[in-house]
Design a protein around this ligand. Structure first.
Ligand SMILES: [Zn+2]
Length: 134
């Protein structure tokens, strides 16, 4: 978990926004930024975002509920949300753990994700939900 990025201290309730500001979220981050990662699945490799985890109850949409759009594909399990004005991905309900949201670390107020070192890359090609299939 990461409690500070550059000069920005991660607050217990930290704001996140899309690029145009139409969508503003408040995230419960009592443990800071948890499990930051990249992923090489079909959507993440295009998106290029560093994603971290928060509980489903840990995201409150402060502004822009009507502006968010939902994108689903493949098994239609994960729910990917993005701003319909500026196109920025804000968060998604995870397929590998539907009790969590992933969120765009670059949307966190004051956080430059490029200052976070040693971010692991998930094996998204072999998605955990696709393993152990008989
Ligand atoms: Zn926007």
């Amino acid at each position: 978990m990461i409690k500070q990025v550059g000069n920005t201290v991660i607050k217990l309730k930290h704001k996140a926004s899309c690029h145009c500001g139409a969508v503003v979220l408040e995230l419960d981050l009592p443990n800071g930024i948890e499990n930051p990662r990249r992923c090489d699945c079909s959507i993440c490799r295009r998106r290029g975002t560093i994603v971290a985890s928060v509980k489903l109850s840990g995201i409150k949409i402060i502004k822009g509920t009507d502006t968010l759009r939902l994108y689903q594909f493949n098994t239609m399990t994960a729910k990917h949300y993005f701003c319909s004005v500026c196109g920025i991905y804000t968060h998604h309900q995870r397929r590998s753990n539907p009790k969590e949201y992933g969120y765009n670390v670059g949307c966190l107020e004051g956080v430059n994700p490029f200052l976070i070192e040693n971010i692991p890359t998930n094996d998204g090609i072999n998605h955990p939900s696709d393993r152990n299939k008989t």
